[in-house]
Design a protein around this ligand. Structure first.
Ligand SMILES: NC(=O)C1=CN([C@@H]2O[C@H](COP(=O)(O)OP(=O)(O)OC[C@H]3O[C@@H](n4cnc5c(N)ncnc54)[C@H](O)[C@@H]3O)[C@@H](O)[C@H]2O)C=CC1
Ligand SMILES: O=C(O)C(=O)COP(=O)(O)O
Length: 389
């Protein structure tokens, strides 16, 4: 039985994906975590933990170095909630252009006596503009940004994108009318609306700060549905106070943003639709099962891709540092145990490497000795022995 520990509200339909070989929240020695936004940075990851699956996109809440050192694979569920974020950002573009928040609050305050005055006479206070023909800058054109860019095009907007690290797969999803900017400043200089869809990491902290805000034209509307800290909120408040930024919409509250007419904070609901939650939880559960049962890896955050059909009787998987002489050390331990290798594959990503070795015969008595010997190789962080049930 595999043990899975869940954090946050995980959609039941996703949890139902687990087969009868999986128990949920029954052990303090879990094989897997299935999480959303819980902050794991202060947690000590148990040695039993082989995999963390984040239902959703951002993994800034996961201590990636500690996970890698623990031999714990980390996955997210790319794209599972991208449509939810896209729809929210498009809604906010419409809200921004029509001054909808202020208009609705104004009408909500009406009394029977002044309803006619408020609905007809005062409507001139809430004239809006149209999105048609306006310019949207999209910073980050991955799963979310590409959908936002394409949807904005279909509303008749001019769309300028900036993403220096765009993957080939992501590029295929972007309509050719999206103009490509060479820098953030170029992307935002003519924009009426600027939206940011990048992961949070040390390179994107304060990606939008004073310099970038000053490069925008007065009256710009700014959207941060990525993460707190990607927009420098202190710089944003200065730009709002100066009237340079007209309105700031974000999914991430902070005291300095509170009680301002020119800031709209939503409570981190970008991915909070029934559909996105089911998609993410289902994808995460499948990822956990594939990794625990086969050791195969596709699109992990901290391990290389390695996909070997599991046809042999037994499989060793070894996570180790990406340093010379590892494969020969590993195979020499198998040779010492008199094991014949049926299939073997190895791949590396950054500082980490991963080796899969399939064998047909294994003497159970000596298998633990072999696992111990492999674990004793200094740069090895995790050894697993898998077999078909
Ligand atoms: N508010 C919410 O509930 C949600 C927030 N998010 C946030 O949005 C982020 C983006 O999500 P996805 O589009 O699904 O991720 P993704 O990984 O598909 O796309 C991110 C894109 O940002 C680009 N990028 C990275 N650094 C950049 C930089 N310095 N400048 C410009 N582009 C850069 C990458 O090349 C990639 O194309 C997530 O990492 C997460 O933090 C995602 C989903 C829901
Ligand atoms: O997927 C993401 O990165 C999100 O921000 C969504 O977070 P959540 O799963 O709603 O806590």
């Amino acid at each position: 039985m595999y043990q899975v520990k869940t954090y946050n509200a995980i959609a039941q339909a996703g949890l139902n994906t687990f087969t009868k070989d999986y128990a949920l929240n029954q052990s303090d020695q879990p094989d897997a975590y299935l999480i959303r936004s819980v902050n794991l940075h202060q947690e000590t990851l148990p040695k039993s933990l082989k995999v963390i699956a984040r239902a959703g996109a951002g993994v800034n809440n996961v201590p990636l170095e500690a996970a890698t050192a623990n031999g714990t694979a980390v996955f997210n569920t790319p794209g599972s909630n991208a449509n939810a974020v896209k729809e929210l950002v498009i809604a906010l573009l419409v809200i921004a252009s029509r001054n909808l928040m202020a208009a609705a609050s104004y009408s909500a305050e009406h009394t029977e006596a002044d309803v006619s005055q408020r609905t007809e006479h005062d409507k001139t206070k809430f004239n809006g503009t149209e999105l048609l023909g306006k310019t949207l800058a999209v910073i980050g054109l991955g799963h979310v940004g590409s959908l936002v860019a394409n949807a904005a095009l279909s509303l008749g907007m001019n769309v300028i994108g900036y993403d220096p690290y765009l993957s080939a797969d992501a590029a295929w999803n972007i309509a050719k009318q999206v103009q490509r900017a060479a820098s953030i400043k170029d992307a935002v200089k003519d924009a009426d609306y600027v939206t940011v869809h990048v992961p949070k990491n040390e390179d994107t902290l304060h990606l939008i700060s004073t310099t970038e805000l000053n490069a925008m034209q007065p009256g710009v509307n700014l959207f941060n549905y990525s993460r707190i800290g990607i927009v420098d909120n202190a710089a944003a408040v200065t730009a709002l106070n100066a009237g340079h930024v007209a309105h700031y919409y974000t999914d991430f509250g902070e005291p300095q943003l509170a009680n301002r007419q020119d800031v709209t904070v939503t409570p981190h609901i970008g991915g909070s639709t029934i559909e996105a939650e089911v998609n993410g939880a289902t994808q995460a559960a499948k990822t956990i099962m594939t990794y625990l049962e086969t050791g195969n890896v596709k699109a992990a955050i901290n391990l290389p891709d390695l996909n070997v059909p599991f046809n042999a009787a037994y499989r060793f998987t070894v996570i180790h540092e990406n340093v010379p002489n590892m494969v020969s050390q590993i195979t020499s331990k198998l040779a010492t145990a008199n094991l014949n290798i049926a299939t073997m594959a190895n791949a590396a990503k950054d500082k980490t490497a991963y080796t899969i070795i399939d064998v047909d015969d294994l003497d159970h008595q000596s298998s633990q000795q072999l696992i111990d010997a492999l674990n004793a190789i200094p740069a090895v962080t995790r050894v697993r022995l898998l077999s078909h049930n």
